[in-house]
Design a binder for this molecule. Structure first.
Ligand SMILES: *Cc1c(COP(=O)(O)O)cnc(C)c1O
Length: 221
């Protein structure tokens, strides 16, 4: 018996969505978004074999995972301040929220100092929402050129968070087009409410929090 029926259910939904889209389910990975969750909610999912976890704050992630991260993959999915680039570089295997040149420079410097570079995703603000992080869609190609060419940072893929209250499909399709024309094969897109749609549009990793762990507590201030 699995330690986590909730994890089994999400993995089954991912597999079904992949099948419906004519895709191999092994090409889609689950990022379990553990931010703001109590350890009692995370523990059974970890015990059931989940290895990839997503966090949106460097400090919170460090306090939750330091000493426990052996064999796991930690992904930063929240905005990263330039002054936390070193801490993030030390802790995370993947940073999904690269979205400005200053941050790319800080990550380059942190990686050179640490001798360790996390895998990087560029976040695209597909809905061009002023309050949301991410590169504007029309600036994405030039930004990728500067990051990859100018700074010599490899980029693994793209990430987006569609606007709440809009059909997500066009945003996922836009992200997939930007990735394709830049030779990128990985797409981090889809959350609890829309990961099956994201899989239909080519997601290679989906970020699922509340559907897996239950509702989050109030965010720490
Ligand atoms: C919180 C968060 C998620 C998970 O959201 P759920 O709706 O709980 O699945 C996914 N991606 C990002 C960037 C997040 O901040």
């Amino acid at each position: 018996m699995s330690a986590s029926p909730a994890l089994d259910a999400i993995l089954a939904r991912i597999a079904a969505a992949a099948q419906a889209a004519g895709r191999d389910p092994s090409g889609i990975s689950l990022t379990a978004v553990s931010k703001q969750q109590p350890w009692e909610a995370i523990e059974p999912v970890l015990a059931a074999g989940q290895k990839v976890f997503g966090e949106n704050r460097v400090q919170e992630a460090a306090s939750r995972w330091t000493g426990r991260r052996q064999g796991l993959e930690l992904r930063l999915i929240g905005p990263l301040q330039t002054n936390k680039a070193r801490d993030a570089t030390a802790l995370f295997d993947v940073i999904e929220t690269l979205d400005r040149e200053r941050l790319a420079e800080a990550l380059r410097a942190a990686a050179d100092a640490a001798g360790r570079l996390p895998r990087l995703y560029v976040q695209v603000n597909t809905g061009e929402e002023p309050q949301k992080a991410g590169v504007a869609p029309l600036e994405a190609d030039a930004f990728l050129d500067r990051v990859r060419g100018g700074l010599g940072l490899p980029v693994e893929g793209l990430m987006c968070i569609p606007p709440a209250g809009e059909p997500p499909g066009p945003h996922f399709a836009l992200l997939a087009r930007i990735a394709a024309r830049n030779g990128l094969e990985r797409l981090s897109m889809g959350m609890s409410g829309d990961f099956e749609t994201a899989i239909a549009f080519g997601a290679t990793s989906v970020r699922v929090g509340s559907a897996l762990f239950g509702d989050r507590g109030a965010p720490a201030v």
